[in-house]
Design a binder for this molecule. Structure first.
Ligand code: FE
Length: 135
């Protein structure tokens, strides 16, 4: 599958393929509780792929400890692997981050990041699948 090919599935298909946690985040815009996700504190080297479609989204060398309890990155691994949307839910104005290939909800991006980009991609572990270096 090429990187720019869209993945389109029915809600029923997503329900069958994803775990309940993955489905709630990716297809239902849920946010996992902080410090509970599989990758909240992970420092292992590798590539973080979309748990929905396998697209390469983030690299471990851009991951940093934000103290928030969610995996945090300064930038996507591939600039156009993710897209952003304005999210006005829950009485806040935030910028939602979605996987470009499958449209899955990943998390939000904030402008208080520590790196050159100044961005903090705050991503749910349930939306990610870490392919550890050497695996
Ligand atoms: Fe995806």
């Amino acid at each position: 599958m090429s990187a720019d090919e869209q993945v389109t599935k029915t809600d029923e298909q997503w329900r069958e393929e994803l775990s309940p946690e993955q489905y709630a985040v990716l297809r239902g815009q849920a946010t996992e509780p902080p410090f509970t996700g599989e990758y909240a504190m992970t420092k292992d080297a590798g590539v973080y792929r979309c748990a929905g479609c396998g697209a390469e989204l983030f690299a471990s060398d851009t991951k940093f400890d934000s103290g928030t309890g969610w995996p945090s990155f300064t930038e996507p691994a591939v600039a156009d692997a993710v897209e952003t949307k304005t999210d006005v839910s829950h009485g806040m104005i935030r910028t939602e981050v979605v996987c470009r290939r499958c449209g899955g909800h990943l998390g939000h991006v904030f402008d208080d990041g520590p790196g050159e980009t100044g961005l903090r991609y705050c991503i749910n572990s349930a939306a990610l699948d870490l392919e550890r270096a050497g695996d």
